[in-house]
Design a binder for this molecule. Structure first.
Ligand SMILES: [Co+2]
Length: 445
């Protein structure tokens, strides 16, 4: 998820520009069938299957060949359990000792390089090991779910099918269990000029097209330690420059991150990269600009936006500094449009206001809806589809009441100008006392 810096002028602008494209909510369960088909139990590496295959070779001759084959297979088996497609094996079953892999490590530079070997810092770090391990488990689920998403998502699929594919994977691999482990926030599936905070509501008939630019923003959590990471998926190679730009800019931002680093310097490093990119689309050349009112953010347990922002433009004027122990999401967005998003379209994303305090509610339905939200989501963001799963129905009035009373915050889709294209990339980073860890890094991005 992303933080949106809205000034008052913009808010006024938005109110005149938005004419809420409220789709009708005829609930058609397009996914029921695919969900069932998805469970194929392809445990390719499990032992009984090897036995089956050997059976085929029963014929007598070529026993030397047979031995060779068997040897090969045994070698493969030693690698241990593997993930299936679609993903069905909880990561706790893939890492028998329950120790999950570290992300990409990068030593602190310059005046901070003493940290690498400092005894006191190493001691502080050991105390945190369980917390890091929880976040790494969330990150491993993220990597495995997105690897499948990248392979399986194809033009022609509905947005609801895509969301289900990702969320079923997360729920299974993370062994969803109340507040102990689960989805960290709604699956962002924003298309084209929309940069963030779109996920389908029930009845959404949108279908992915070959020429779409899809931002896939997935959240996973273990004990509230949220892994927030996103990438952009396209099918038409004409967008390759856009993907290249967002990757280089985001990695430049990640490189800049460190203890005592001013967040404005991260923004400047990101902007610098975007300055050197443009893209030709259908005979016209567009500058690739950072989206100036979107930012990365610090993360705390069960709190996706913990207070500090990480700008993606120069001259942000934000002089806050990153500190030891902080967890943050570095995410950058770019656009062929004006490089500025406004709230647009039907809202799907919501979250309780983190430090909202007690608000007396008069509407009984609003009270009971709040009880449901407290029970299932707490302070984690959620979307209407997740609320539907709890059994809540006809909650529009009650939800509006909670938003109007400042108990719940609505996060509508954030979109640039129509006809433009936006891209996003994001990683979750731990500023460990001795080393920087890009927890969500994978071999894909
Ligand atoms: Co985020």
């Amino acid at each position: 998820m992303v933080e949106n810096k809205v000034d008052q002028v913009t808010e006024a602008l938005q109110k005149t520009q938005i004419n809420g494209n409220g789709n009708d909510k005829a609930v058609t369960d397009v996914t029921a069938q695919t969900e069932k088909e998805d469970v194929t139990n392809g445990n390719a590496d499990h032992e009984d299957e090897d036995g089956d295959e050997d059976g085929e070779e029963e014929g007598g001759e070529a026993s030397a060949d047979k031995k060779k084959k068997k040897k090969k297979k045994n070698k493969k088996k030693k690698k241990g359990n593997k993930q299936t497609e679609p993903p069905t094996v909880p990561v706790s079953k893939l890492f028998a000792n329950q120790i999950y892999p570290e992300g990409q490590l990068e030593e602190y530079r310059d005046e901070n390089n003493w940290r690498t070997t400092n005894e006191e810092k190493r001691y502080i770090e050991r105390q945190e090991h369980d917390n890091y391990n929880d976040l790494r488990r969330a990150a491993e689920v993220h990597r495995e779910v997105r690897a499948y998403a990248r392979k399986a998502i194809k033009p022609g699929m509905s947005m609801i099918e895509i969301a289900d594919l990702i969320e079923n994977g997360t729920r299974t691999l993370i062994e969803e269990n109340g507040f102990d482990s689960g989805i960290g926030f709604p699956t962002g599936l924003s298309l084209n000029h929309c940069a963030a905070h779109y996920t389908p509501n029930a009845g959404d008939k949108t279908v992915l097209a070959y020429d779409d630019v899809l931002k896939i923003d997935i959240g996973t959590h273990v004990k509230g330690r949220i892994c927030d990471s996103a990438f952009t998926l396209t099918f038409n190679p004409k967008y390759d420059r856009l993907l290249e730009a967002v990757k280089e800019a985001t990695n430049a931002g990640i490189k800049e991150v460190g203890i005592d680093v001013r967040v404005s310097d991260i923004g400047a490093a990101v902007h610098e990269v975007y300055d050197s990119y443009d893209i030709e689309l259908d005979g016209k050349t567009y500058d690739i600009k950072p989206i100036r009112n979107l930012t990365g953010h610090t993360i705390e347990p069960y709190r996706i936006h913990a207070g500090k922002s990480v700008p993606i433009i120069r001259d942000s004027g934000d002089d806050s500094k990153l500190e030891e122990g902080e967890q943050l999401a570095v995410e950058t967005f770019c656009s062929t449009g004006r490089g500025y998003v406004i709230e647009q379209g039907e809202c799907s994303h919501y979250a309780k206001v983190y430090d909202g305090g007690f608000v007396p509610l008069r509407l009984p339905k609003a009270k009971s809806l709040l009880a449901t939200i407290n029970k299932h989501f707490g302070t984690l963001p959620w979307c209407k589809r997740y609320l539907d799963r709890t059994g809540e129905e006809k909650y529009a009035m009650a939800l509006k009441n909670l938003v109007d009373n400042g108990v719940v915050q609505a996060y509508p889709p954030l979109c640039d100008t129509k006809g433009s294209f936006t891209a996003q990339m994001e990683h979750t980073i731990l500023l460990r006392p001795t080393v920087k860890e890009v927890v969500s890094r994978g071999d894909d991005y």
